[in-house]
Design a protein. Structure first.
Length: 419
């Protein structure tokens, strides 16, 4: 297990390249199971979650090659069972259910385990499969789905805390090979869903409405191979915008989609930071006297839950009282106790963090509890006095490609130490 040592107080400047989106790459890789032909995926990030997905594809019978951010998959024959030992390491592995059901009309996948950010059930995924005609059985920790034929249906997918991104992905992948037309109401609108739909359409699917709450899928008989480039990771980009806000002079993000970051950029501009956007770049300029914020996490295009922890790290040293209300995962505040170890003044009232800005933070040993919390602790360390020791950084390697190297290239002083 590695740990990261962050030496605080180093100003950041320069440019950073944003990697391909983790949350696009995982379902797109799963979707390669829908065809016997070869698929070539470019700009795939080098992350532990991606490594696990490639292991799952290999286990299911696909040939997988990877070189310099490009992954080539050919799944001439596939198995229909992904056991616990393979899928337990990554919750997103459940997204192989849809393509296996669509292609083979059956699938058995171990249920994903618990998650520290709160309960994340797959009941909406299963409801969608049932609407398409699949029988569902949960036994021995596995979910089994079976359908002699899949038939298009109208499927409501909105849940208690909004739409489900992985559920939308899963149902969409199953429905592309169903008979007739499927309508997903209450679909997730995230750019990653659009990216998957674009990939499927390149394979010969007929999908309209991706990026809206109503997706219409006309089933086809078969799909073919294709080539595709994954969109930039908007959460990594947002994290680097916050890093620039925390201690940047002038930090430029390259290879981004500014429209995907509109809500994040708007929040930072409300706090007083100047941001310049061009076609594929964004630059954030330092601000010595930022303003407090009131934020509420919402499904896209609202403020993303995956940026809540990073904004907590920024607002810890912002004068005045800020609030962040978590509407997606109300329990997603594990980072708060660790930030308080560094001197932050944060109180939790139900699903709202009340942040009273302090003059300074102090470096301390802290423990990462999940992917975005680990990023928040690194960001807090950037503007803390002394050295912040972030443990359990395997969490950060799930979703950030070489974050320590990228920050160091901007002027940070970060060491990765083998434990």
């Amino acid at each position: 297990m590695d740990k990261i040592l962050v030496h605080g107080g180093r100003p950041l400047s320069g440019a950073v390249n944003i990697s391909g989106s983790k949350n696009s790459a995982l379902p797109i890789l799963a979707a390669t199971l829908l065809t016997k032909d070869e698929c070539v995926i470019h700009h795939v990030p080098d992350l532990s979650d991606v490594h696990y997905m490639l292991q799952i594809l290999h286990h299911l019978g696909a040939s997988v090659e990877r070189a310099s951010g490009t992954v080539t998959v050919k799944a001439e024959k596939v198995k229909t069972e992904a056991p616990y030992d393979i899928v337990r390491k990554m919750r997103a592995s459940v997204c192989v259910l849809g393509p296996l059901l669509g292609r083979e009309k059956e699938a058995t996948v171990s249920l994903p385990g618990g998650c520290v950010i709160g309960d994340r059930p797959i009941d909406l995924h299963l409801r969608g499969f049932e609407a398409l005609g699949a029988a569902i059985r949960v036994q021995g920790g596995d979910v089994k789905v079976l359908a002699p034929t899949l038939k298009g249906a109208v499927i409501p997918l909105r849940g208690k805390f909004g739409s489900t991104v992985l559920g939308t992905d899963n149902v969409m992948m199953a429905a592309v090979l169903a008979d007739g037309t499927t309508v997903i109401d209450g679909a997730a609108e995230e750019p990653e869903v659009v990216d998957l739909a674009n990939f499927l359409n390149k394979m010969g699917a007929k999908i309209e409405g991706a990026g809206t709450r109503r997706i219409i899928i006309e089933g086809v008989k078969e799909l073919h191979g294709t080539e595709h480039e994954v969109i930039p990771d908007r959460i990594e980009a947002g994290t680097f915008l916050v890093a620039g806000a925390i201690c940047g002079k002038e930090v430029t993000l390259k290879r981004v989609e500014p429209e995907h970051l509109h809500c994040i950029a708007t929040a930072l501009e409300r706090a007083g930071y100047r941001i310049e956007s061009k076609k594929k770049t964004m630059t954030i300029f330092g601000n010595g006297d930022p303003k407090p914020l009131e934020l509420v996490t919402e499904p896209y295009p609202g403020f993303p839950t995956d940026m809540q922890a990073q904004m907590c790290a920024l607002l810890c040293k912002t004068k005045g009282i800020s609030t962040i209300t978590e509407n997606i995962f109300p329990q997603r505040f594990m980072h708060v106790s660790e930030l308080k170890r560094m001197g932050a003044n944060i109180n939790l009232e139900n699903a709202t963090a009340i942040i009273n800005g302090v003059e300074s933070l102090s470096g301390a040993p802290v423990m990462a509890s999940d992917l975005r919390a680990s990023a928040a602790l690194v960001l807090a360390g950037l503007h803390a006095d002394g050295v912040t020791e972030v443990n359990r950084v395997y969490h950060i390697d799930r979703g950030y490609e070489m974050i320590d190297d990228k920050l160091n290239a901007l002027g940070a002083e970060i060491e990765r130490v083998k434990v």
